[in-house]
Design a protein around this ligand. Structure first.
Ligand code: PEP
Length: 245
């Protein structure tokens, strides 16, 4: 299975800046792994036009948990699909924290995305760095068991789990490798209780080209979710090229 690298632009880029970066990315004819860029909603149309002949797949950073029309300011999964999205980030720690998204709402988004043929990238991870004791396990069990509730076993193969410890996002230092590997193994254990299907698990939190190679060569890490380092063409492509061939 080839590794997956997902760029999360968050709330960045004017339309001119978005166009420049997308054009540069679209010009690259081959990548050694699967690439997704999750752009702000307002750039989806532009990204869809510019990336459509490239190898890069399009993703959104969120979606509405309902399908009815009465949700002012929201964007439905059907709209995302209509714009050519193949992926959608769900339950990012910034949405959990600033928009009070809970696991039940996140589960609705996961189910809706799958029903509409979009691959959800379900973000899970702890707020605090407390590797000892039961805190980490309790947080992840709750997020995964509720977040993935009511999924049919075969749907899990279209779902990506992003392990993102909130304390390692947007900092100067990535989480240590042994912490990432231990937690991913914990995640796999919880998921195995739900289904025999092997889920894709990627890591996110202050990844850039200086620390990505070590992660990408681990068989248990299926890819990366990259925030800040996906905003710059050279940094993002160097991160991508750190993937072993
Ligand atoms: C993120 O927000 O998903 C993320 C991984 O950000 P950063 O790489 O900037 O820590």
């Amino acid at each position: 299975m080839s590794k997956l690298i997902v760029g999360n632009w968050k709330m960045n880029k004017s339309s001119k800046e978005a166009q420049e970066l997308l054009e540069e990315l679209a010009k690259k004819s081959s990548f050694c792994c699967d690439i997704v860029v999750c752009v702000p909603y307002v750039h989806l149309g532009l990204a869809s036009r510019l990336l459509h002949k490239s190898q890069i797949k399009l993703g959104a950073q969120n979606c509405c948990h309902e399908t009815s029309h009465k949700f002012t300011g929201e964007i439905s999964v059907r709209m995302l699909k209509d714009f050519g999205c193949e992926y959608v980030i769900v339950g990012h720690s910034e949405r959990r924290k600033h928009f009070a998204e809970d696991d039940l709402i996140i589960n609705k988004k996961v189910l809706l995305a799958l029903k509409n043929d979009l691959k959800p990238i379900l973000c899970v991870g702890e707020e605090l760095h407390e590797p000892d004791g039961s805190y980490l396990k309790d947080v992840l069990e709750t997020q995964l068991k509720i977040g993935l509730a009511k999924l049919e076993a075969n749907q899990l193969k279209n779902c990506i789990i992003a392990y993102e410890p909130a304390w390692a996002i947007n900092t100067k230092e990535r989480a240590p490798l042994d912490h990432i590997l231990n937690t991913i193994s914990l995640i796999r254990g919880v998921v195995r209780e739900l289904t025999a299907v092997r889920a894709a698990v990627i890591y996110g939190g202050s990844v850039d080209f200086t620390n990505s190679a070590e992660l990408l060569k681990q068989p248990d890490i299926d890819g990366l979710l990259v925030g800040r380092a996906s905003l710059d063409f050279s940094e993002f492509t160097k991160t991508i090229h750190s993937c072993p061939h």
